[in-house]
Each structure stands twice: as structure tokens, then as C-alpha cells.
Design a protein around this ligand. Sequence first.
Ligand code: FAD
Ligand code: UDP
Length: 415
Amino acid sequence: MKFDRIAHAMSGVNYKNFHDVEVSEFDAVVVGCGFAGAVCASELARNGKKRVLIIEKRDHIGGNMYDEYDETGVLVHKYGPHIFHTSSKLAADYIQKFTKTIPYEHRVKADIHGTYMPVPFNKTSMEIAFGAERANELTHKLIKKFGNEVKVTINELRQEEDKDLAEIADYVYENVFLHYTEKQWGLTPEEVDPSVTARVPIFISRDDRYFQDRYQFMPKEGYTKLFENMLDHKNITVALNTEAESVFGLEFEGDAEDDKLTGITIQYKKFDKPIIFTGPLDELFLGRFGRLPYRSLDFKFETLDKEYEFPCGTINYTVSEDFTRITEYKHLTGQKCDKTTIMKEYSRAYEDPKNQIPYYAIINEENNAHYEKYKNLVDSTPNFYAIGRLAEYKYYNMDQIIEKAILLAQEILDK
Ligand code: FAD
Ligand code: UDP
């Protein structure tokens, strides 16, 4: 799959080669063109009339949200399935300024030895797992303990001593969480931060949607088009194929490892206007305090000569296979066409920055403390801001980033 050069040229985004740009003419430099970078740039340009240069190391805009049509004309997300869901009116309204949307509520089923079961594990999953009669008894127990229409994390459920509740916990742990988590993180559910498995709690409900947020939709013409609309502004310039490490000069107080960062030079001149960085801090600082751990992914796309392969957007392989999940994009995008494209996700250790992408921070106390060393460098430099899933080393969804970026741009404009 190749970035569509014609659409690229016609998009209205002001693309420039970094070497043809005079950086001192800009009021702000943004590194990275995912939601963190693009929303900041858009807000600074539109609300503050600032001239903003975005530098992006990939050959396209959109960060991990980037989508494109494959050879058979199916719209696919190149870096994994992205479903917009939020309870934040600010984030939902923001997206809708730049795109029409289509309603979409994501549904996921676990493939458990060939049987499909809703995930999050719910009342229907209970019936499939235990049979109607026993499920009825167990569900009553669950409701008595936790209430109806409530969510319970697997960690909470596993603490229960009651024999029936322990039976449910054991089943769900073994069939939904254990193998999937081992594949995804190379760790057991006990070893990952509790907030990770808490993202997908047991839901004592018939609701089989993956998310319960108030606003759930997809951009009608795709994410790339949404980004093009966001970046289509006379004050925004985008330089692709440009890595911050190769165009930034870092100035430190002295030669010691923990000396403060005093400034950043670009094109051999100190840039003292705002610099917003959305990539991994350890890579920018060349592993000064050692590399931070991440998980990476490999994606395998396959086009099938049929209209649909699966009953819903994503199937999680929770007890078998070496991939974690398969996504069938047409369910997400609402596209109608004869063929369908599915994508398998394989999780990997992140070991090779030249050829891999860091997708997930591995959050835990030790890694968070390690990250703080990098963050301290940022905090000592008043015009340097770190924001985003990588730059903050957090497990953020898109809506959280959009909100944070709107607020950061406002904070910068207020200064
Ligand atoms: P990114 O999108 O990663 O953008 C960072 C950009 O910075 C990239 O384009 C990168 O190339 C560039 N960059 C990095 N370092 C440098 C550098 N040194 N120099 C120049 N450029 C640089 N969220 C949801 O809300 N719903 C979902 O369904 C969902 N699904 C997901 C599925 C997967 C597989 C993954 C990995 C994430 C998913 N997310 C989802 C989370 C979503 O991807 C993030 O919230 C979002 O990408 C964060 O935006 P960002 O701008 O911080 O980061
Ligand atoms: N998880 C699991 N089985 C599932 C779904 C999720 O074990 O069927 C665990 C797993 O550890 C995963 C985490 O819950 O990494 C968060 O899942 P989510 O679907 O939110 O992951 P993402 O879409 O962010 O990769």
C-alpha cells in the first residue's frame, strides 16, 4: 500500500520539504502529526493566528489514525483499528468541526475454541459459557454481590471467596484474559498494571457494545481526510519525512547525564518559541537514561473475495492463535463493496527503533519512574512541551489526547 500521491497533492494541506523551510519564520514547531500534534497546530493557527510548522517522520499525516484505500478499494487503518468513542462533549464536538460522521458502536467477540462469545464478558457470554440454567444462578450471585448493569474488573472478581463467584472469575481469567494478555504484553494479567485489564471489565448486562460512551462514531470519509481538513489552514505547514532527532540540536547545562536541558536549536539557531513534542522522549534524548520499554505490533492484511468474513468488527483470539485479534474494517467504516479486508495483529517486544513503531507504553511503577527522568528534562525548558501517548508514556485513547491538546494550545496562547 502506498500513500496516494494525487490525493496528497490535492488535499489543501501545505506540504513543504524541511530544507525549503525557514524555521525562524514560524511561531511554533510541532513534532508529530497524530491527534496530539495536529490538534495543537490547528488550535494555535486558528485561535491564535500562529504560524505553525509540523515536522513528521512518517511519509504521511494522521499518526496511528492514518487510513487509506487498499488495492481492492477497501478503506483500512494502517496502524490498527481506531474507533472513536468518548463521553467528552469537547472532544466529540471538536472532531465534528472537521468531518461528517457515521454512527458506529463497536462489538467484539472472543473466539473460544470456535465459539463466539461477547467481550466484555456479559450476561450473554455467561449463558454461552455455562449454559442457561447455571448462568442464571451465577448471574443472580453476581447481581447480589455487585448490582445489576455494573462493571467489575477481573482483578476485583478474582478476590471474591464465594465458590460461585470464584468459578466465574476462574473461567473468565482463563478464557478471556490470561492468554490474550500474555500474547499482547508478554506478561500475565497479574504482572500488567491493573488499569490495563480494567479497560475491559466484566459487564453485568445484556449490553454487548465494547464501549458505553455517550458519543460513538466514525469519520465519514476516514481519518486521513479528517486530518487533511484539520491541517488545511494557511498558517500550518507540514514537513513529512523529517525526524526531530536529525534536525534538533539539544543544548545542556553541562556534560553530566542529569544536567538540565537549556534549549533547542533548529537550523543552527536557538528556537525559543513553543516546541510541542509528541514522540517518544527517550528517542529524542538518544536514550540518555536508557531506553523506555514499549510494545510494538505487526499487522497482516488479507483481502477475501466475499462481502463479509465475521459477524462483528473485531474477533479476539483469547485461547488460541499467535495473533491477538482480527479486525474486519468494513464493519467499522460502513463501506459497502464486494470484497472485504481483514487484519491480524501480532504483538512484539519493541527492540528495533529503526524498523519498529512503539505503540504501547508498558506502564508500571518502575517504568513510570524511568520516564520521569526524561520528563524532568522537558520541565526544565520553559518553551518545550511534551504531549501525547508516546511523549507522556500513557495509555491514552484518542479523545483524551484531543482534549489535552485543545487545553495545551489554549495554555500556550494564554501565556
Ligand atoms: P500518534 O498517533 O502515535 O502520533 C505521533 C506521531 O509522531 C506519529 O505520526 C509519529 O510518526 C510522530 N513522531 C514520533 N516521534 C517523532 C520524531 N522524533 N520526529 C518526528 N515525528 C515523530 N484510541 C481510541 O480512542 N480508539 C481506538 O479504537 C484506538 N485503537 C488503537 C489501536 C491501536 C493498535 C493503537 C496502538 C492505539 C489505539 N488507540 C485508540 C490510541 C490512539 O492511537 C492514540 O490515542 C493516538 O494515536 C494518540 O495520538 P498521538 O498524537 O499522541 O500519537
Ligand atoms: N484483554 C484481554 N482479553 C480480551 C480483551 C482485552 O485479556 O479479550 C486485556 C489485555 O490485557 C489487553 C487489555 O485488556 O491488552 C486492554 O484491552 P483493549 O481492548 O482496551 O486493548 P487495545 O484496544 O488498547 O489494544
